[in-house]
Design a protein around this ligand. Structure first.
Ligand code: MRU
Ligand code: ZN
Length: 244
């Protein structure tokens, strides 16, 4: 056991009667996200940071069937971004054989360290993917204005909510063969677009974060709505920006 905690202390990190405990929430929310088509085929997921602890789902498993005892816990304090395969000091590793932490871990970490986010959601929603496909190959970002659901989105994902009259802009980065290889380009896009509440990944999906899991979920829902309507608007040859 790599953790300095006793077995009982490590288990207590994920076993709780509290439905709001991160290990219970990750299991429940992944079931909900599965029904939305956000985390099918084992892809996508959510990570929650609570104080000094980061809760992570396992990689490559049916995300809608995760149980609290399958959850990994890492300390938030790290000397570098914890990439799968690198040295990581887990506080808790599931006892079930063959599990490793989500390949999205370093991308979730970008949201935790660069935006002080409390939760980050990754979806493979077809609305997000189709939107990236409808943008020219060299488009750096997606922009939309004059939509009510923009008001559910926060500046930088963690600041004040946008107004109906604000233009929402989300960078689009290229996909890579391996999820963790998106870490640097996601971080660069977050630096270049400090007000963006999410990062779209071409032909892959989206990463959305918030101060809390509730805010990350609200913003994921508002953004997914906006991605869907944007796809329909583009197909109908309507401009995304402006009050036409
Ligand atoms: C259809 S598998 C997709 C995965 O490689 C990846 O894109 C993903 O989002 C999930 O990674 P995971 O390591 O299972 O949490
Ligand atoms: Zn993915």
């Amino acid at each position: 056991m790599p953790s300095k905690l006793t077995h009982e202390e490590a288990e207590a990190l994920v076993i709780s009667d509290d439905p709001e405990h991160p290990a219970n929430l990750i299991s429940e929310l992944c079931r909900d996200f599965y029904k939305l088509g956000w985390v099918t085929g084992t892809g996508g997921g959510i990570s929650i940071r609570q104080g000094e602890h980061v809760y992570l789902a396992p990689s490559g498993v049916q995300k809608e069937r995760i149980k609290p005892e399958h959850i990994f816990v890492l300390p938030f304090a790290q000397s570098s971004v914890p990439k799968p395969g690198s040295k990581r000091d887990f506080l808790r590793i599931p006892s079930k054989k063959g599990l490793s932490e989500s390949q999205c871990t370093p991308l979730f970490w970008n949201a935790f360290t660069m935006r002080q986010a409390g939760a980050c959601i990754h979806t493979h929603s077809q609305h997000a993917v189709m939107l990236t496909l409808l943008h020219p190959r060299d488009a750096q970002s997606f922009k939309i204005s004059h939509q009510e659901m923009i008001k559910g989105v926060r500046i930088g994902g963690v600041g004040k909510t946008l107004s109906f009259f604000n233009t929402l802009e989300i960078p689009i980065i290229d996909n890579t063969a391996v999820e963790e290889d998106l870490t640097e380009s996601m971080a660069a896009a977050m630096e270049e677009y400090p007000d963006a509440p999410a990062i779209l990944v071409r032909r892959h999906g989206v990463y959305v974060w918030g101060n809390t899991w509730e805010q990350a979920k609200t913003q994921s829902e508002c953004l997914d709505y906006l991605f869907e309507i944007a796809v329909k608007m583009l197909l109908a040859k309507l401009p995304l920006v402006g009050d036409n």
